[in-house]
Design a protein around this ligand. Structure first.
Ligand code: PLA
Length: 453
């Protein structure tokens, strides 16, 4: 097993929270001498001042979002940001979908709309429609009322709320995440108090799925363990199991009572089809078993900064679902009280209107198709240059990213010499590329593989 335990300590989350509370209470009964020392730097008296935060060390930038920080500082006009997975047009500009603009206009024009707090679980319409989008309009689980859905702060917030719930109410505290995976998974689950281990996923030799390794690792996981699955368009590898492989994973997981936690951040971005990209999740729901799904509307609706997402927990019965929801409210209330209204209103306006929904699917397909055409163009450009190596994985992988196989020295070389920015694991966001920038990237890759070992 390739397990790495990254939980903060061996004590349970409840123990850690308790000791934090004790520390806090001890702090508030400090003697007055301690108080005056602590207060001195902010007291305004003259003389040398030492900050109470003097011991704080500078933290490294985030491995993904930090790429944008470095990119923004680069004055070169030729610079290209292929780090974060954010869609760009052929002109290299961020895209606000027409249907989103139209929904926003409708919301603004509706003077009956107010800015009251949403309920703790968010906008009711949004929750219903989000569950329908991922589970399917005819999902028996929805019809039987055994799904609870809560609006959360995009995909990350949905994962975090799900993780906090599991840490409090699920008997198994070990979660298996794929190796590699989106870098934030380890932190989200570890900080919620779960013990994070990995299962084999990617095989660098074939640049494909290490299916045998995956099955072997899940087979030896303890019964009941949680397993994080990317619903589609695996980040960072762009490698997904086939339908047949998904079915084998499902059977193995159900036979061992492993609990699936789906991360669906790219529905519609892999194939351009919303239903096809939800098929893995639906397979697990069809068998009547339980699972969690974190959904993000950042990419498929281009609502990155609006932070719109949902956590759905599919339960065995409506009664269980109701009780689970009551506990989710206790998780959410002390974290951020209730979610923001605007983004969720945009999504529900679009999802509940037939014409707008149709318009959205067309715009979504156009984004997915542009990404697919970037794959072909980059592949052709490398072949045209006679760049050493087999680059067919560029057209075989799916979704927003290509896992190039470039090493960290080659990545650094491309940043320094060509002003092309990507994550150090060699992942490039195909959505950040355009016909205009493909030749520059192909030149850079060619130089990197021929000049840097
Ligand atoms: N899950 C996966 C697999 C993701 O790739 C991302 C985003 C999220 C969840 C969270 O997205 P959200 O909270 O914005 O909805 N990954 C990005 C951005 C696109 C990031 O790192 O935050 C990425 O570049 O990998």
């Amino acid at each position: 097993m390739h397990g790495v335990n990254v939980s903060q300590s061996s004590s349970s989350p409840a123990d850690r929270r308790l000791s934090a509370l004790v520390r806090h209470l001890e702090g508030s009964s400090m003697d007055s001498a301690n108080h005056s020392i602590a207060a001195a730097p902010t007291s305004g008296s003259t003389g040398a001042r030492i900050s109470v935060f003097d011991h704080v060390v500078r933290a490294p930038e985030d491995p993904i979002l930090g790429v944008t920080v470095a990119y923004n500082k680069d004055p070169s006009p030729a610079k290209l940001n292929l780090g974060v997975g954010a869609y760009r047009t052929e002109e290299g500009k961020p895209l606000v979908l027409n249907v989103v603009r139209r929904a926003e206009q409708m919301l603004v024009n509706d003077s009956s709309r107010v800015k009251e707090y949403l309920p703790i679980v968010g906008l009711a319409d949004f929750n219903k429609l989000s569950a329908k989008l991922i589970l399917g309009a005819d999902s028996p689980a929805i019809q039987e009322n055994r799904v609870t859905t809560v609006q959360c702060l995009s995909g990350t917030g949905s994962l975090r709320v799900g993780a906090e719930f599991l840490a409090r109410h699920y008997h198994q505290h070990t979660i298996y995440i794929p190796l590699p995976t989106w870098g934030n998974h380890t932190k989200v689950f570890g900080l919620a108090g779960l013990s994070v281990k990995t299962y084999r996923y990617y095989d660098p030799a074939t640049r494909g799925l290490n299916f045998e390794g995956l099955l072997e690792d899940l087979r030896s996981a303890p019964s009941g363990a949680i397993v994080l699955l990317h619903a589609c368009a695996h980040n960072p590898t762009g490698v997904d199991p086939t339908t047949h492989q998904w079915e084998q994973i499902r059977q193995l997981m159900r036979s061992k009572a492993l609990l699936p936690f789906f991360d669906s951040a790219y529905q519609g971005f892999a194939s351009g089809n919303l239903d096809a990209d939800a098929e893995s999740v639906r397979m697990f729901v069809r068998d009547g078993g339980e699972c969690l799904v974190a959904q993000s509307f950042a990419k498929n609706m281009g609502l990155y900064g609006e932070r719109v997402g949902a956590l759905s927990i599919v339960c065995r019965t409506a009664d269980v679902a109701g009780r689970v929801e009551s506990q989710l409210k206790l998780v959410i209330r002390p974290m951020y009280s209730n979610p923001p209204i605007h983004g969720a209103s945009i999504v529900s306006t679009i999802l509940k209107d037939r014409t707008m929904f149709q318009e959205w699917t067309i715009e979504l397909k156009a984004m997915a198709d542009r990404i697919i055409s970037m794959r072909q163009q980059l592949f052709d450009a490398l072949r045209g240059r006679g760049t050493p190596g087999d680059w067919s994985h560029i057209i075989k992988q799916i979704g927003m990213f290509t896992f190039t196989g470039l090493n960290s020295e080659q990545v650094a070389f491309m940043r320094n010499e060509y002003h092309i920015y990507m994550t150090s694991d060699g992942r490039i966001s195909m959505a950040g590329l355009s016909s205009r920038t493909v030749p520059h990237l192909a030149d850079a890759i060619h130089a990197a593989v021929t000049r840097v070992a």
